[in-house]
Design a protein around this ligand. Sequence first.
Ligand code: PMP
Length: 417
Amino acid sequence: MPSVASPALANHQDAQLRQRAARVVPGGMTGHLNAAALPAGYPQFFERGQGCRVWDVDGNAYIDFMCSWGPNLLGHHHPEVDAAAARQQALGDCLNGPTPRFVELAERFVARSAHADWVLFQKNGTDATTVGVMVARAATGKRKVLVATKAYHGADPWCTPVPNGITAEDRAHLIYYTYNDVASLEAAAAAAGDDLAAIVCSAFKHDIGVDQELPRPEFARRARALCDKAGAALILDEVRAGYRMHAGGSWETVGVRPDLSAWSKSIANGYALAAVTGVDALRDAATRIYTTGSFWSGGVAMAAGLATLEVAESTDVVAHVHRMGQRFRDGIAAQATSHGVGVRQTGPAALPLILFDNDPGVDRGAVFAAEALRRGVYLHPRHNMFLSLAHTEQDIDLALQATDAAFALVAQRFGSH
Ligand code: PMP
């Protein structure tokens, strides 16, 4: 067997920055970007990005399969998006009120979203999911909200996955169901009785560390019917899947339209923007709630959002990311077979997840990802990844050279199957 180990990456600057951060930032880094959750060797700090490549602070370059955990839909530094943002920056960003981009983007956004009659803008995905729940409660005057066990909807007290610093009362009106399980959804709705405000569903099941699941049509239809019966709102969390699964909204794939959708991540290609879209019946409630933020109407992100929409529509980015994701998935499947290593690849090809069989502690996954990283490919061992418009067939094929070596190392360390 050829030698597959390659030298460790330079990490001097990264190590220094981590030490400095640890002194002035609690834990050095918070949340999903904390590299402590990744295998040894992963950098914490990055210097720059271009297209589908990122460079860490020590100058190591990677083909990027995380796309900033979703936001970079068109690739880092997309020229049209950056030019639109720069034009707006020269005029003004944070002013005494929104710029005309606010209205222009709202019109485009509503026109693109199949279910929507209106939109409210925010900054982060958590803002959007939280505003969605507020609109539903304002409209219905009811309290109970159904959410899937382990589904991620953000980091506010009602939804953060780590319950430190919150109270039981913050979640007093949440009732849990199992994604794609009609019986459990019905039981949760029954438990809500006549107090049901909303059912929150992820666009697909993308919980960390477990196989992904596309929405089952019968599950989506039942969620719709339960909301209709109770006069509750069906809220679709598009924050992760939006613009990659279907242009008009992810549940167009199953023929079910939500009342409210929460968007962020990819909608302005890395500029900070979130949105809630809704139907006319909820317009009055959306008018009555009070939500705002100093930066929510900033013109630069909205200009970036407009340019992102234009590029997304003129290039059919959904088809592209799917095609690149499928090429990657096919290559991975062939390599896994040839190395005699069992893997599961689930969910939409544009948001790939690779999990190894017999790997409850993600030991195989960690060796695989760390070896790919050393060979210049930035994967995630247990979270879904993201493709962008900037990924070409050549990039995918280059990445597959690295994963082939990574599979060889997994087979060597753990044996076949
Ligand atoms: N919902 C989903 C499905 C997400 O994936 C995320 C972010 N990973 C959020 C909500 C929260 O978004 P943000 O981190 O921008 O607040």
